[in-house]
Design a protein around this ligand. Structure first.
Ligand SMILES: Nc1ncnc2c1ncn2[C@@H]1O[C@H](COP(=O)(O)OP(=O)(O)O)[C@@H](O)[C@H]1O
Ligand SMILES: N[C@@H](CCOP(=O)(O)O)C(=O)O
Length: 355
């Protein structure tokens, strides 16, 4: 049977970078990739649902039914939003994952972007990036990690203020965007999904000094993003808002300057909007954020929680092993085991190519 094969590659991300809560994200060099085989002339007869094969990190925890798997549910959302009621017949999806689940390295954001790109590919829709982002934002709802995963590099983003009508579409419960399909769902199952308003997410790519790498130190426990958002307050004092805004304004330019200024970056990575509240969920975090400094660890530029945690992200130009070893030691004092790696910034973002 003749077929076409495509590769979808989506990088992991580190969101927030200290003061940029729900605003900034960096795409980094670990990825979720899908090899998608689509028959060009599927055999006549009953349509077959996509076959999903997973390898790599956390693959044993992933449901392989296309109606339960996050990638294919998102793809089906995109297809059904374009009047295509079901998957094309006979598709195979081989997913390989390098992004640990629930560690603050954007695994769910990457899966959502991969799902949107999969839907676009299967429906031959050729949606522009801004529309792909609209679909991702109906699922993920904060722009920092999905935008960086789609665009690549160091990205700042915001959500457009929506009209009351658009607002009601964008605040539709996730269960309606991604319903739990029954195993025997046919093309006529359910109602049409809610279309995303157009142009929800807006972004800009900042510069990134080429000598800066990211050390990701990931505790061997999962922290669901929803849980880590649940501990945050509803409102903040003016003092704390100004603390973050001042730092964020400096940080976005400071990280583009070569050579980077360690003292400026270290201070500018301070945060009062999410890290202080998440300390109760991550043993060792308070000590890690204060113990390592550019003067005690030359090469270090700054330290923050990656996304919603529990991964710690240290930005540095050299001395990667020593910095990682000290963070590992501080976690060990709390009986937390870790895995760590030195990552480059992924400038390409998500890609889809025929192979
Ligand atoms: N490649 C994937 N395929 C299917 N589901 C995934 C994939 N990656 C992540 N997920 C889902 O997302 C959850 C983690 O999301 P979340 O709590 O937001 O953490 P993270 O910080 O890793 O994004 C996983 O437990 C899993 O349910
Ligand atoms: N701004 C969000 C980012 C969550 O990123 P994730 O990679 O942990 O899913 C937050 O801090 O909650």
């Amino acid at each position: 049977m003749s077929s076409r094969r495509y590769k979808i590659n989506v990088p992991c991300t580190s969101a927030n970078i200290g003061p940029g809560f729900d605003v900034c994200g960096i795409a980094l060099s670990k990825s979720l990739s899908l090899v998608v085989t689509i028959p060009t002339s599927p055999p006549a007869g009953d349509a077959t649902l996509p076959k999903i094969i997973y390898t790599g990190l956390d693959s044993s925890n992933v449901p392989l039914s296309p109606y339960k798997n996050l990638l294919t549910r998102v793809a089906l959302y995109v297809l059904r939003s374009h009047g295509i009621k079901t998957f094309p017949s006979g598709v195979t999806i081989e997913a390989h994952n390098e992004i640990p689940f629930g560690r603050g390295l954007g695994s769910s954001g990457a899966a959502v972007i991969a799902g949107v790109l999969l839907g676009d590919l299967l429906g031959n829709l050729k949606l522009p990036k801004s529309r792909l982002l609209d679909f991702a934002l109906m699922v993920e709802r904060h722009p920092d990690n999905v935008t960086a995963a789609l665009i690549g590099g160091f990205v700042g983003s915001y959500l457009r203020e929506l009209s009351p009508e658009d607002m009601s579409a964008a605040s539709i419960p996730l269960a309606e965007v991604l319903p739990e399909y029954p195993p025997d769902a046919g093309p006529d199952w359910g109602v049409d999904p809610p279309l995303p308003p157009s142009g929800i997410g807006h972004y800009v790519r900042f510069g990134w000094a080429k000598e800066i790498k990211a050390i990701a130190v990931s505790p061997r426990f999962e922290l669901a993003t929803a849980k880590a958002r649940g501990v945050l307050p509803e409102s903040y004092s003016r003092k704390d808002m100004i603390f973050n805004l001042q730092r964020l304004a400096v940080l976005t330019t400071a990280l583009a300057r070569s050579p980077p200024d360690p003292d400026l970056i270290y201070d500018a990575m301070g945060d009062r909007m999410h890290q202080p509240y998440r300390m109760t969920l991550i043993p060792g975090l308070p000590k890690i954020l204060t113990t390592l400094t550019p003067s005690s660890y030359p090469g270090l530029l700054g330290i923050c929680l990656s996304g919603a945690g529990p991964t710690i992200l240290a930005l540095a130009t050299h001395n990667f092993d020593q910095i990682a070893a000290e963070i590992q030691r501080l976690f060990a004092e709390e009986n937390v085991e870790v895995d760590w790696s030195v990552l480059d910034v992924d400038e390409r973002g998500s890609t889809v190519e025929e192979i």
